[in-house]
Design a protein. Structure first.
Length: 328
């Protein structure tokens, strides 16, 4: 039944291969559940965090909404479209919304999300009318491939930064990133990154099935063991979290420095999230963020022209980002 419905054999695959591919895809894109709350963890133009409050970001709420949407849309893509693509939050769009829209004066997160909804409605209309398919077919194959390569390089850069292999260069110089910390590779996260990468490449060269999945699992277990043994901690904690969670003062076991603006930086810490065994395997998520958008609230705050330009920017980025992903 599965074979005939999804045309697995017809497409030259097997059920076992599809299951392995599903696990690899899950672990590969699972990073977005941790990364998206951090990207959307800043305050809006009124000083509030996404989900409400001024003492710290609502990480759990954003993570729950991110996972829910990714799960529902990926299932629909497989069941209805019968196409082997997983759908989740786009890295380029969330950064633009968090930095370029939500932080505008007097703008709230609900207003920013309203613009995203408007852009989504326009995309839906373009799909239903067939215009998006026409543009997709009109774009040269070379450009589609170039977009997919660019997306891959962008994700690679994110991995290198999160591993501590490269870091953002302080200031506004011509070089965006620099090697390690002050030109040196330091900390256990770099070792985990190197060991996992070497293991995955070796398994891939040996043509071991599920090489990528094995590399991810082994690296994860290795990271959890190291964190449990050495208490490495996070590489960055914003001031809002320090004030809201730690009462403005970090515990003595944190190893790092507190910058002048109050942010905590640990050059040897983990990026994104600290690996650890969860206290509970199953926990009831809260989906309080669902439906929190103001469709037309931004018009009175930034003007019609600015709204049109922002929606068009979102539309353009979404359009070609999706095109490159599908081509890849």
């Amino acid at each position: 039944m599965l074979d005939s419905f999804f045309k697995i054999s017809e497409r030259g695959s097997t059920i076992s291969r599809e299951i392995r591919g599903g696990f690899v895809t899950f672990f590969t894109m699972g990073y977005i559940v941790a990364l998206n709350p951090l990207i959307l963890g800043g305050v809006d133009g009124t000083g509030e965090f996404l989900g409400g409050g001024t003492t710290g970001p609502n990480i759990a709420l954003v993570a729950a909404a991110t996972a829910l949407i990714a799960g529902i849309m990926s299932i629909l893509m497989g069941v209805i479209a019968n196409f082997p693509l997983a759908i989740a939050t786009g890295l380029g769009l969330n950064t633009f919304v968090a930095v370029g829209i939500a932080k505008l004066p007097d703008m709230t997160w609900a207003d920013a999300m309203g613009l995203v909804v408007l852009e989504g409605l326009i995309i839906l209309i373009l799909v239903l009318t067939g215009f998006r398919i026409a543009v997709f077919r009109a774009v040269p194959t070379q450009l589609k491939i170039a977009i997919s390569v660019g997306i891959g390089l962008f994700i690679t850069l994110i991995g290198l930064v999160d591993a501590g292999f490269v870091r953002k260069t302080p200031g506004t110089g011509p070089v965006p990133v620099t090697l390690g910390y002050d030109g040196k590779l330091v900390g256990w996260p770099v070792i985990v990154f190197a060991a996992g990468l070497i293991l995955t490449i070796a398994l891939w060269v040996k043509k071991v099935k599920a090489a990528l999945l094995i590399g991810i699992l082994v690296s994860t277990v290795f990271a959890v063991i190291l964190e449990s043994a050495f208490k490495i901690g996070a590489n960055f904690i914003p001031k809002g979290v320090i004030d809201g969670v730690f009462g403005g003062k970090l515990p003595p076991e944190f190893k790092g420095i507190v910058l002048e603006n109050g942010d905590y930086v640990n050059s040897k810490g983990w990026g994104l999230n600290v690996p650890a065994v969860p206290d509970a395997i199953v926990e009831t998520p809260k989906f309080d963020l669902l439906g929190q958008f103001n469709l037309f609230g931004s018009f009175s705050k930034i003007g019609v022209i600015t709204v049109v330009l922002l929606v068009f920017t979102l539309l353009l980025a979404d359009f070609f980002d999706t095109m490159g992903t599908m081509t890849a």
